[in-house]
Every structure is written in C-alpha cells, then in structure tokens.
Write a protein that binds this ligand. Structure first.
Ligand SMILES: [Zn+2]
Length: 306
C-alpha cells in the first residue's frame, strides 16, 4: 500500500500530542482541521468546498472533501463525508467513527450513507463553518431521526462498512475482456509498464472486490488504478441500503489515489475492474465513462470473478 499523504490522515500519536499542546481532547481538536479538509476539495462545478474530519476508533484522524467531475452527470460526484468514510475504510481506521466535524450541514445523501456504519446513531457530529473553541457535538441520531438503513434489510451478522469483509471471490479463467476486441491496443505510451504490472493489477482489483460491501445486490466489485510511475490505488465498491448514495469502485479508487498524494487524473494510465458477469448491478459502463472523461488515455480492462 502506498503511504498516505499526512494531510489526509493524522496518526494517533500526532493527534494526541497536538490536542495535549492545546489542552483539548482529540475530539475537540477535530474542527481545527475542517479548513484543511476543505482545501482538499476539487469543485470545478459548484465551487462550494466541503470538508469532513473524522476520528476513527484507532485514534487516527481522517479527512475528506467533495470531488466533482466536469462533463459527467452530477451523481458521479463524491461527497466529503463519503470521501472520509472511504478513506477510513481503506486504511483500517474502524470499526467505528467516533466523532465527525463538517464544514456544512450534511446533505440527505450523506446522512443516509453514514447509516452503513454500525451504531452510527452514537457517532458525535459537529457542524461548523467557523472556528469553535468548544465544539457542540450531538449524536448523528439527532440529525437523522427515524432512519432507514442496513438494520431494516440485513441480519445482525452481515458485516457493514468499516468491518472486515471477505467475499471469497476468485477470477474466472477465461475472464479477460479486452478493449475493442483486440488483445491490447494501448495508445497511451505506457504499454511496457502496464504489461509488467498486468497480473498484479488484476489481483489488486480482485482483492478490492473481495473487500467490497455489496450486501443488497450481491454484486461485489473492485477497481485498481495505476499511475504513470506504476503505483497502484485500490477501490472497493460500497453499497448503501438506499442504493443511490453507494460509492462506485472507481470513485473509491480515486479517493485512494488522492489520499496517497496523486495529482492530476491524467497521470492514471491503467485501470482494472473486477466484477461478476451478467449480474444486475454492473460497474463496467459507468467506470468506462468516468475514466474517459477524467483520464482519456487510461486503459480500462475488465475481468470477471465468481
Ligand atoms: Zn453530502
């Protein structure tokens, strides 16, 4: 795994020492990172930067920001709270989100997505667009009364986001799908690099699919992206009980890319998607669309799993 850039994740010891130096608890410290989180937003459409800062149960602080993609429908946007949860899940900061500080009141979409965390009603939230000396935390249940969520659809044993998943998938032997029907027709100038990393990229995407959260559709999927230096970024699909706030695997992989310090999307030169064949929820077409707009020369290859 690539080392995350410190601006997206603050270690537990750093967080404790910063809090101690200010005479605060780590929870009280969270709002002071909201502005830094907002600065990580990529909002060419709305210009409305949202920052979300969370305290994981392992003591680390995780940042998230909203990300927009010009040329694509708005539902491809990543909300700051979704970014934060993806960051937390990908880096093992769970199993609970203890506190969250956000720059603006969470939209309905995010209040719903948060329901995929076990007992999130107990998570403490503060909404702040200004520096606060003494943050006024309230439980999430106070901003979403009468929630609909996994507890309405799943049994208690089904793992939720931030809990360990093992979907037990393996690749189908003849699963290679190639672009335009030919073996490889790479035009992006990174043919050798992609060829060299082809097998490992496939396994990285399979691992991401094995870790994905798809209890509602039964259609797990994962994406691995590779940049022009050969670094790999994995993203697992994460479903919401309400469907629409789900995080597509290519979105999750883009979060991993940004957290690891990735720059412009055009540096992403190869992508592999692993999903099941012919299922009711497929990622291939939407992943192709998204990559076409953000990194037109990126090659996406799809492999099926069982
Ligand atoms: Zn939102």
């Amino acid at each position: 795994m690539n080392q995350p850039a410190t601006r997206y994740i603050i270690t537990a010891s750093e967080a404790e020492s910063m809090a101690r130096s200010k005479g605060l608890t780590v929870a009280q410290l969270l709002p002071s990172f909201v502005k830094s989180a907002q600065d990580l937003a990529r909002t060419p459409i709305s210009k409305f930067d949202v920052g979300a800062v969370g305290l994981g149960s392992d003591g680390r602080i995780f940042l998230g920001a909203n990300i927009e993609f010009p040329g694509l429908p708005l539902h491809h946007s990543i909300h700051a709270e979704q970014f934060l949860i993806t960051n937390l899940a990908a880096h093992g900061g769970g199993p609970k989100l203890l506190n969250i500080a956000v720059s603006a009141a969470p939209c309905g979409h995010c209040r719903q997505f948060l329901q995929e965390l076990r007992r999130v009603s107990e998570t403490q939230i503060v909404i702040t667009d200004q520096p606060l000396e003494n943050p006024d935390y309230k439980p999430i249940s106070s901003i979403l009364p009468n929630p609909f969520g996994p507890f309405d659809l799943l049994d208690q044993e089904t793992p939720l986001i931030l809990e360990k998943h093992n979907n037990g998938l393996s690749l189908k032997d003849d699963s290679s799908i190639t672009q335009n029907g030919s073996k490889l027709n790479l035009s992006n100038g990174y043919h050798d690099l992609i060829d060299k990393n082809h097998e490992s990229l496939k396994l990285d995407a399979l691992e991401a699919a094995c870790n994905s959260h798809a209890p509602y559709s039964g259609c797990p999927s994962g994406v691995a992206l590779m940049d022009c230096e050969g670094k790999v970024y994995k993203g697992s699909y994460m479903e919401s009980a309400a469907y629409n706030p789900s995080m597509m695997p290519v979105q999750a992989a883009l979060v991993a890319y940004m957290v690891a310090g990735g720059g412009g999307y055009e540096r992403i030169v190869a992508a592999v998607l692993v999903e099941k064949e012919g299922v009711v929820v497929r990622q291939e077409d939407t992943a192709r669309l998204m990559l076409k707009y953000i990194s037109p020369k990126c090659e996406l290859r799809v492999f099926h799993c069982v």
